[in-house]
Each structure stands twice: as C-alpha cells, then as structure tokens.
Design a protein around this ligand. Structure first.
Ligand code: PGA
Length: 320
C-alpha cells in the first residue's frame, strides 16, 4: 500500500494543506502524499463535518461500516477467458470458503454466462458486464436486460470506465441504461470515477458527483444499486488507491447521496471500491468505514485470490 501511494504521489500533484471546509476539500481533493496521521485527521474532520452518525451501526455484527448494507464483492472478468479457463475458475470458486455475510457476484463475458450459470454454486450471483439501453430488438451486437435475466443474471455493471472512455458512453446514456435495468428488476453496479488528469486538476469530486447525478436523475429508486468508485488511474494499472484516498471519496459520495437523495439512501447504499484490488491490499482497504466491498478485475480471474478478497470482510469485524 505504501509503495502504491508513494509511486502515485510522485506522479500526481495536489494542494498540501488540510481543507478548511468540505467545499474546500472538494476543490483540493487530490491529497496524495499525506501521511497516515494527516489522513486520519482529515478523515475525522470529514466525519464530524458530514455528521455521518455512528449510532445506526451500534447493533450490527460488522461494526466498522458507515453504511448499513451488507459487504459486496463483484468480480468483473471483462473480455477474458475460454471455455477451459472459465471451467477451472468456476471449479476454484465452487471449492472456495467464502464468508457468509458477503454478497458475491461475478460478471463473466456474455458468451460464457450460460456455462457459468449451469456450473457455478448458487452462493455466487451472476452479473452482465453491460446491457442495452432499452428493450431488445434490432440492435446488432447488443445484449438486452431481458436476455440477461433469462440467462440467470441478477445484476449488471453499468458505467464502467472502459465503457465510458474506450467505447464512448456518456453520463445520460448510462443513466438511461440504469433506469431500464432497474425497472426490469436487475440490480445495477453503477460505476463512477475520475481520470488521472481530472484528479490532478482537483476535479475528483466534481466528476464523481456529475456521474452520480446522471444516475440519480434517471433511476426510479436506489434500492438495487451498488455504487462502485473506481478511479480510472487505478484500473488495471497496479496502482491501487490508498485506503485513505478511497475512503475520502467514499465519504464524499455518501454525503452527496445524503444531500441529494436522502439520508436513508446514503446509509443503505453500498459504496464499493475498484481499481487494482488484490489479495494483498483488500484487507487494509476493507478496514475503511465507508468501503462496503470491492469491484475486482484482474484478481477476480484467480479463484483463491478472489476468495481472499471476499473474505477481507473479516477485517471489518471486531470481537463481540
Ligand atoms: P482491476 O479492474 O481490478 O483489474 O484494476 C477493476 C475494474 O475494472 O472493475
């Protein structure tokens, strides 16, 4: 973790001073080189400022969570795998020991959804990696929400940075997709996150809030949405956000929900982190109060390592 944040710090620049207020923080978001104690005080500052009550979690078994939702870990297999490699991965997942109090979801490539559905344990739910914006029909190359449901998916990942920045999907289009999927009964893993140059320009919160707003403007309800904060600079790069960097944005996202949607939605909505999560860094990340799980790319292709990430929930628990 220290290595990752140091290397990031050497690449990125940002104001060094502590924010005087939340809006100040918003402008000076990228504090990439602060020490742990500095981060800790910032974290306390945010929590007191945002008045995210800790009383609501008093009776929970997993106490170190700001939100009330269950820990959630998704594996995004992206455009990887063959029938053989996927059969091995499924068998590793089937024999893995997974903590009970975690929602676990995997998103295989569309072509292999049926294979995975018929061979994977029911303990793990299935997600599509994308879906068409409306009802299926004459849309060459697309996969509809109806088809995802038909094949056994409960979830769909929408707004992933590779869809936004490689394929060119915009905020409104993604919002419409989310609305359609939710209305048809799929859960949505709604991805947001800033690019490196946006972080360097101090626009991390602006970008995340803009992407959140597009979801908020379109969706009928937040009941089946999990927000995945995935800084683009951390995806597939090996440069994981430090726990403090992730926590800082997660707190801000929860606060945005509180102010712009409702306190209840802010508390209930899972906010998971994605971007170079692996078996070695997941436990430290999971300790952060507002990190409610992970969206995992590369490391989700290895069954035992994915299980380790799922089981990082244990680092949230305290002895009763
Ligand atoms: P990564 O991908 O874990 O390989 O960085 C994360 C994601 O894209 O969801």
């Amino acid at each position: 973790m220290a290595v990752a944040s140091t290397s990031l710090a050497s690449q990125l620049s940002g104001p060094k001073s502590l924010p005087q207020s939340y809006s100040g923080l918003r402008r000076s978001c990228p504090k990439l080189d602060h020490s742990h104690s500095h981060s800790h005080s910032l974290y306390q500052h945010l929590h007191s400022h945002l008045s995210l009550s800790s009383s609501r979690k008093a009776s929970r078994a997993v106490v170190a969570m700001a939100g009330t939702g269950k820990f959630f870990v998704g594996g995004n297999w992206k455009c990887n795998g063959t029938k053989d490699s996927i059969s091995k991965l499924v068998s590793d997942l089937n024999s893995a020991k997974l903590e009970a109090d975690v929602d676990v979801v995997v998103a295989p490539p569309f072509l292999y959804l049926d294979q995975v559905k018929s061979s994977l344990t029911d303990r793990i739910e299935l997600s599509g990696q994308n879906s068409w914006v409306g009802k299926g029909g004459a849309f060459t190359g697309e996969i509809s929400v109806e088809q995802l449901k038909d094949i056994g998916c409960k979830w769909v990942i929408l707004g992933h940075s590779e869809r936004r920045h490689v394929i060119g999907e915009d905020d409104q289009f993604i919002g419409k997709k989310a609305a359609y999927a939710l209305n048809e009964g799929l859960g949505v893993i709604a991805c947001i996150g800033e690019k490196l140059e946006e972080r360097e320009a101090g626009k991390t919160f602006d970008i995340c809030f803009q992407q959140l707003k597009a979801f908020a403007d379109a969706v009928p309800s937040w009941e089946n949405i999990v927000i995945a904060y995935e800084p683009v600079w951390a995806i597939g790069t090996g440069k994981v956000a430090s726990p403090q960097q992730a926590q800082e944005v997660h707190v801000a996202v929860r606060d945005w929900l509180k102010k712009n949607v409702s306190a209840e939605v802010a508390s209930k909505t899972r906010i998971i982190y994605g971007g170079s999560v692996n078996g070695g860094n997941s436990a430290e990340l999971a300790k952060e109060e507002d990190i409610d799980g992970f969206l995992v790319g590369g490391a989700s292709l290895k069954g035992p390592e994915f299980a380790t990430i799922v089981n990082a929930v244990t680092s949230k628990k305290v002895a009763a």
